[in-house]
Unconditional design. Structure first.
Length: 281
């Protein structure tokens, strides 16, 4: 049995974890028990901590919601919104659908590791959509509880939905009915990052996706992710990645497949597959 994690973690990406073997207990608002056939949903910015694990095996993926909410995939992300609004973070998959979900996640993992080809973006996105659809369907209907999402959850949801446009801390604060200072303090305490940092994270996630999957010019990508000044965008990107956007694109496209290093940034691809032990990525 593995020792508990010493502290709760938060991530800029959301995670979907299917347990295929063993057992685990997680702390995510409340204590959760996970066994084979259970999917754990972790919205971005949600605190979670591994408590115990007994030979747990998982398949899963991580992704940045901001890169998908405005696409056809957006409606399939509703289960993550439900978790923020108080729904259970555990979705049991019916026994008759578990093998299918395992196959989808395995195919997604293999596709991202295969040599680059012109249709890989579409294939990965299609598999990603099918995975989300299976989980959404298994979750069934849900009636929101009387309690609203937390202030932090509301703020993160607003940022994810609007960060690719002209958004500021003041607008985030207005959306949740609090002062900018209050929102900044709440986000920092809950996630370790400010509203501005969350906005930048969402924008750079979409920028990485476009750098990998399109031939758009850097100034066009900058504009599409909310930066009127390409120089400012390049500076922020280099600070985050250590390379300019052009260098990063060249480096990643030169690889014949997504290595562990190139996939380590979850935002770099539509969905980063994960297979291994009990820790979500």
């Amino acid at each position: 049995m593995q020792s508990p994690a010493p502290y709760a973690a938060t991530h800029a990406h959301a995670a979907l974890i299917l347990y295929i073997g063993g057992r685990a207990t997680m702390e995510q608002r409340t204590r959760l028990t996970l066994s084979p056939g259970d999917v754990l949903l972790i919205p971005s910015g949600e605190r979670h901590r591994l408590i115990t694990t007994e030979r747990a095996e998982v398949l899963g993926l991580g992704f940045h919601p901001a890169a998908f909410l405005q696409s056809e995939v957006g409606p399939l992300l509703e289960p993550f919104e439900r978790v923020r609004q108080g729904a259970s973070a555990v979705v049991p998959i019916p026994s008759g659908r578990q093998e299918h979900l395992v196959r989808l996640l395995s195919e997604l993992r293999e596709e991202t590791r295969a040599p680059a080809h012109p249709l890989r973006e579409q294939v990965v996105r299609s598999l990603f959509s099918l995975v989300l659809a299976e989980v959404a369907r298994s979750g069934g209907a849900w009636t929101p509880s009387d309690s609203r999402a937390s202030l932090v959850g509301e703020a993160l949801t607003f940022i994810e939905r609007h960060c690719l446009g002209p958004i500021s801390l003041r607008e985030v604060a207005a959306a949740v009915g609090r002062s900018p200072a209050h929102v900044t303090t709440a986000l920092k305490q809950a996630t370790g990052h400010s509203a501005v940092e969350w906005i930048i994270s969402g924008r750079l996630a979409e920028a990485r996706r476009r750098l990998l999957s399109t031939d758009e010019r850097i100034d066009i990508i900058a504009e599409r992710v909310g930066y009127a000044d390409p120089t400012h965008f390049i500076r922020l990107f280099r600070r985050a990645e250590g390379f300019t956007p052009a260098q990063w694109r060249k480096q990643h496209r030169a690889a014949s497949s997504l290595s562990a290093a190139s996939a380590a940034r979850v935002e770099a691809s539509p969905a980063r597959p994960y297979r291994g032990g009990p820790h979500p990525p």
